[in-house]
Write a protein of this length. Structure first.
Length: 521
């Protein structure tokens, strides 16, 4: 019997039948999905008496993007595209259109990736294995779903708004677990965040030089944000008798550029600590300057505070992880030098009034015009838990508060705080939801404190320090702002636990332990 492998005939082009079958299957899915998308777009066009060419073009482009996301198996690339959309396009599209439905675009893109992952697992017959820490996540999802039955949830629109607000970023936990498994992906993540931060910093700096009316003329959404609407105060402040806008940068509300800058800072510090090629360092310093520019021009006291928390967390975690102190200190010194340079340029261009809001950190009252300070949101938490242990219903606060109609929320006859992330979780998911979210957060922090120093690869350890420094900063910000309901804070607060699940509680950690044992022998 001959053991020589059989040569493929000309009709098979040298491909295995199983591979051909899979390619045909993927092509069929792509064609069918594309045809359905085109049919939907055509139906909308026919049903619209006066079709909007820009809307039709946007629908076609969106349909093609969804098809591409579903068909692609390069999840690092597709998730990069989603991150770029959220960081660069999501805000302008919503503010230029002033449409609530524009917010759904990012959800469609996110769940296109989810559908692609799940569908391919089903086709391949792979066994679904839940990551470590996923018990907290699954139970939190269940707590949110049960709230649809809460008598305080008034209508299907409130249900949908509440689901979106609380569950929108959940897939990023699994993205972090599945995709962040190499040092190369960490480097790419930090560079992508740096580029987004630089773009937001430049746009925010330009917007800070405009008058409120000039920035409001960009579109109906910008006008509503800057000048205020529907009982919401405008995003402006006064310095030396001159009104100034609080720039949204490339986000949908003020402070977005600062939040993106804070998110990018620790990762760029990690790259500065690791990189040895001079030209790469200069590129990283440029991105670092953009991140600091975003923080400086956001006109947000919270951005300054959480930036400091992020830098302190980076320094403390570096020492805890056993990293050499010299490199983190040099990186911190680089941040200080760049910050001074950025500040000097801004003052020379726009005057010292650009930092007027940041000069009053000791009087950081709620930026929405309420009389309670940001600290009061946290001190009111026990009252909210005692007065509404099962929550008051979905869609009662945050970005979903106006979806499906506004409703006044009171607990035991008094007003309820909806500003802090923990307060919003209590209102919409009750004490159970708060317990689950805090439990997940504490679990991640304990894993970082106990296991981070056991990661053998120094470069990888440095990258993990950067990730969890940003996580701690946004966790601290949650005591004063609705971080879980907004990007980029909510996105990263779910993404980082997924990274911890792999590198500190899952296969990544066991592989590192095996390397350590082999080295010890």
């Amino acid at each position: 019997m001959s053991t020589q492998p059989r040569l493929a005939g000309p009709g098979t082009s040298g491909s295995h039948p199983a591979l051909l079958s899979r390619r045909v299957h993927d092509l069929a899915i792509t064609i069918i999905t594309g045809a359905l998308a085109l049919l939907v777009a055509l139906a909308i066009t026919i049903a619209t008496p006066n079709p909007n060419p820009a809307l039709i073009f946007g629908l076609l482009v969106g349909a093609i993007a969804v098809v591409a996301l579903i068909a692609s198996t390069r999840y690092e690339l597709t998730l990069t595209l989603v991150a770029l959309y959220i960081g660069l396009l999501d805000g302008p599209i919503k503010l230029l259109s002033a449409s609530q439905y524009a917010s759904a675009i990012r959800d469609v893109l996110i769940f296109a990736i989810v559908i692609s992952m799940v569908a391919r697992m089903g086709v391949k017959g792979e066994r679904l294995t839940m990551p470590p820490l996923s018990g907290w996540v699954v139970l939190f999802v269940c707590a949110v779903l049960v709230e649809a039955l809460n008598p305080g949830t008034s209508g299907i629109l409130k249900v949908l708004g509440g689901f979106r607000q609380q569950l929108e970023w959940i897939p990023f936990f699994f993205f972090g677990y599945l995709l962040m498994r190499s040092k190369r992906n960490f480097r790419r993540l930090f560079l992508i965040l740096g580029v987004i931060a630089l773009a937001n910093g430049l746009v925010g700096a330009y917007q800070s030089r405009l008058s409120p009316s000039a920035l409001g003329s960009w579109g109906p959404g910008y006008n509503a944000r800057i000048n205020g609407s529907n009982g919401v105060s405008g995003r402006t402040y006064s310095s030396e008798g001159v009104a100034r806008p609080r720039p949204p940068a490339l986000g949908s509300d003020s402070g977005f550029g600062g939040a993106i800058g804070v998110l990018a800072l620790p990762g760029l510090l990690a790259l500065l600590s690791i990189q040895r090629i001079r030209r790469r360092r200069w590129a990283t310093v440029l991105l670092l300057a953009g991140a600091l520019l975003g923080v400086a021009t956001a006109a947000s006291r919270s951005s300054i505070v959480i930036a400091v928390v992020a830098l302190l967390s980076y320094a403390l975690l570096s020492m805890l992880a056993g990293l050499k102190v010299g490199r983190p200190l040099l990186a911190m010194l680089a941040v200080a030098v760049v910050a001074v340079g950025v500040g000097a340029v801004l003052i020379s261009a726009d005057g010292s009034g650009i930092f007027a809001r940041q000069e009053t950190l000791s009087n950081a009252s709620a930026e929405s015009g309420e009389t309670a300070t940001k600290v009061d949101h946290f001190t009111q938490l026990p009252k909210d838990i005692a007065g509404a242990p099962f929550g008051v219903g979905l869609g009662t606060g945050g970005s979903a508060g106006g979806f499906g109609g506004k409703q006044k929320v009171q607990i035991e006859g008094g007003s309820a705080s909806k500003e802090g992330a923990l307060n919003l979780v209590v209102l919409e998911t009750g004490a159970l939801g708060l317990f689950l979210w805090v439990g997940l957060t504490i679990s991640v922090i304990l894993l970082v404190l106990k296991r981070l120093r056991f990661v053998q690869d120094v470069e990888l350890r440095t990258y993990l320090v950067a990730v969890f420094a940003a996580f701690l900063a946004f966790t601290a910000d949650g005591f004063a702002g609705p971080t879980l309901a907004v990007s980029p804070a909510g996105t990263f607060l779910w993404f980082a636990p997924g990274i911890a699940a792999y590198w500190l509680a899952g296969r990544g950690f066991t592989d590192q332990r095996s390397i350590a044992l082999a080295t010890a022998r």
